[in-house]
Unconditional design. Structure first.
Length: 94
């Protein structure tokens, strides 16, 4: 853990404590929510189904989840590339 003390701080005070620790260390532009945004973006880029990502982040709303993952840049393969990769995966499984 980056800041072990945060694990025993009351949930409502964690963001404040985290911010204070970061300021003391000269770390700027990072909040506890930065990690949630990063995780949501990585999950989207990796192709994780939205419902599983929502469940992992504790979101009930697709709108909230999409707001977290909005900066994700997804590379969508061409149909030919997708079929080629699927064929290779099926061949490896047998």
């Amino acid at each position: 853990m980056l800041f072990p003390y945060l694990s025993i701080v009351r949930a409502g005070d964690r963001a404040t404590e985290f911010g204070q620790r970061c300021r003391q260390l000269g770390i700027k532009g990072v909040t506890l929510h930065s990690y949630r945004y990063a995780w949501a973006e990585r999950a989207k880029m990796a192709g994780m189904p939205e419902r599983f990502a929502m469940e992992n982040l504790g979101h009930n709303s697709k709108a909230v989840h999409r707001a977290y993952a909005k900066k994700a840049l997804m590379k969508i393969p061409s149909l030919e590339e997708y079929e080629r990769e699927a064929t290779v995966k099926v061949g490896l499984a047998t």
